[in-house]
Design a protein around this ligand. Structure first.
Ligand SMILES: Nc1nc2c(ncn2[C@@H]2O[C@H](COP(=O)(O)OP(=O)(O)OP(=O)(O)O)[C@@H](O)[C@H]2O)c(=O)[nH]1
Length: 556
């Protein structure tokens, strides 16, 4: 029987213990998870920062910049409207400019409320509104005075035309003619001074013109007294009208002086408002600049963040790729190891023991499988041996005999040589048991078995206990004659061991009877037929007096 183990043992003394596949996979998995979580966390943080910057830009910085820029533009438009107001030459122009200024101020106030709650800016705007109202009143007064001056000048001009229409009587005396001419000259000088007032911009000049006008009017009055009626009456009426315009408390020079004063105040207030709006514009421009710088800073920060994010993305991608490659590598390695195991099993199947030994789970599995296989083989062999061996005599049992006989009767073997069978029965064995006891009977059967076994060729023949005190022998390649010779040898060996049997009816020692059958080569037969014939031959030996061998062919 083949005692070779199915798998060769693996050396257990090797210290070359590798990191187990489970540990390798576990470590890889933990590293992968850590990487994944770390990269994911960093990317998430960066994305949140970027989103926060973008939100800030969209919701705060850009609108603030727009509002600041719009405020700066509105303040420019307000300045332009103020210039229109101050340069208005008619009440209609003033009203239109006033409406425009009011509208611009409201628009500016609205924009300001969006961009800042700075009290200075709000105060500037409020003061500008109040000053603009005062400016508007001054401009109104200025235009009113300008109108009055124009009206008075027109009146003076009308008086000059009226004077030109005075016709001295034809009989006027030469002296009176001279006075009248002096009056006309004084009138022209008065007109000249009066028209000069409109273009005079210094108060001292106005006072001088007013003094000259008074002198001129006095002169005209003096000259008029020398004229005769009705010329005198016409001239004095003109003198009176002129004095109303040029000499009364509210005279033309005084009006011009008031006009100049109001212009001065208007300019001052205009400058004041202009400066305040400039300050407002500077502050909003400054704010716009600050927002612009903020925007630049945030965009730079965003760009920096995007660059960092890109680097993290690349690093994360490389790390994850590495992890995937490592996992695939380990998987491939595991598959390779399994292939190695398959190769080992194949080699084992072919009988080679010269295998490399490794020390991982697969090797351990291999070793456990090998040990398990050895145990199974050993137990199987033991069971097979037990199932084919007679426990008392330790020779083959009936089952082993049946199997062997089937093999020997198979077509390829039976066609090649003769086959003989001996059926051996101990004579009067019942009496032996009765005489010497069952234990002695067992010992006698053991001795008989070992004696019979010494006759046969163990390599080719088979001795089996057929049952009870019966034995059977298969003699392959033995003719009837050779079988008979062997039967005789067996009889003799039983006689030689000389087991005492007092109650045997034929001898003092144990004897055996033998029946012999032979199947010649190419002969057709079967197990039952053979054994039946062997039994007949044995019965014949018994019947003929026992202690003898009979071949079936010799009966009849
Ligand atoms: N001690 C012992 N006796 C056995 C064993 N097997 C069978 N026997 C005995 O063998 C005896 C056989 O008796 P029989 O069949 O009458 O045959 P015999 O007494 O030998 O007589 P012949 O065969 O006619 O010579 C029986 O008494 C069985 O009890 C065994 O294993 N041990």
């Amino acid at each position: 029987m083949n005692n070779k183990p199915l798998f060769p043992p693996i050396s257990k003394t090797s210290n070359n213990r590798r990191l187990s596949l489970v540990k390798q996979l576990g470590i890889l998995l933990v590293i992968g998870l850590l990487l994944f979580v770390s990269v994911g966390y960093v990317l998430q943080t960066r994305l949140e920062q970027t989103q926060s910057i973008l939100n800030d830009l969209t919701l705060n910085t850009i609108p603030a910049m727009n509002n600041a820029t719009r405020s700066a533009l509105k303040s420019g438009e307000l300045m332009s409207a103020l210039e229109s107001l101050t340069s208005a030459t008619t009440p209609a122009e003033r009203r239109i400019a006033e409406l425009e200024v009011t509208e611009k101020l409201k628009a500016l106030e609205k924009e300001t409320s969006k961009i800042t709650d700075n009290q200075t800016v709000i105060m500037l705007l409020k003061t500008s509104q109040e000053e603009t109202e005062h400016l508007n009143v001054l401009i109104d007064q200025k235009l009113d005075l300008a109108y009055k001056i124009k009206v008075n000048l027109k009146k003076i001009w009308d008086l000059k035309i009226e004077a030109d229409q005075i016709n001295p009587p034809t009989n006027i005396l030469p002296l009176e003619q001279t006075y009248f001419m002096q009056w006309q000259i004084a009138l022209l000088q008065t007109l000249s001074f009066a028209y000069k007032i409109e273009n005079t911009e210094r108060l001292s000049d106005l006072q001088e013109i007013h003094r000259l006008l008074e002198l001129n009017l006095q002169n005209m009055d003096v000259v008029s007294t020398n004229l005769a009626a009705p010329l005198k009456k016409q001239v004095e009426q003109i003198n009176t009208d002129l004095r109303c315009i040029l000499s009364d408390p509210e005279n033309l020079a005084e009006q011009q002086a008031n006009y100049l004063r109001i212009i001065g105040r208007t300019r001052g207030r205009e400058h004041f408002i202009h400066n305040m709006i400039s300050d407002y514009s500077n502050i909003t421009n400054q704010q716009s600049l600050v927002e612009y710088n903020n925007l630049n800073g945030k965009i730079a920060s965003l760009a920096q963040g995007m660059t960092t994010q890109k680097i993290w993305f690349i690093c994360g991608f490389i790390l994850l790729s590495t992890m995937i490659i490592a996992t695939l590598g380990l998987y491939s390695y595991a598959v390779k190891r399994l292939r190695t195991l398959t190769q080992k099993i194949n080699l084992m199947t072919k009988g080679s023991h010269n295998l490399p030994s490794n020390r991982d789970e697969i090797d351990e599995l291999f070793q456990a499988f090998d040990e398990f296989s050895n145990t199974i083989n050993t137990q199987t062999r033991r069971l097979e041996s037990l199932s084919l061996t007679d426990s008392l005599t330790n020779i083959a049992n009936r089952r082993a005999f049946d199997q062997r006989l089937l093999v020997e009767l198979s077509s390829d073997k039976s066609s090649r040589y003769d086959l003989s069978i001996l059926l051996i029965d101990v004579d009067y064995f019942k009496q032996y048991n009765d005489t010497y006891g069952h234990i002695s009977g067992d010992e006698a059967l053991q001795k008989i078995a070992s004696s019979l076994e010494s006759i046969i060729n163990k390599e080719t023949d088979l001795l089996a206990r057929y049952g009870g005190e019966e034995f059977v022998v298969i003699l392959p390649n033995k003719s009837a004659k050779q079988a008979e010779e062997i039967a005789q040898q067996m009889k003799q060996v039983i006689e030689l061991i000389n087991i005492e049997h007092k109650t045997s009816k034929i001898a003092d020692a144990i004897t055996v009877s033998i029946g012999i059958v032979t199947k010649v080569k190419n002969g057709k037969t079967d197990t039952d037929t053979l054994m039946k014939n062997a039994d007949i031959a044995l019965y014949h030996s018994k019947a003929q007096g026992r202690n003898q061998a009979t071949h079936i062919d010799d009966i009849n």
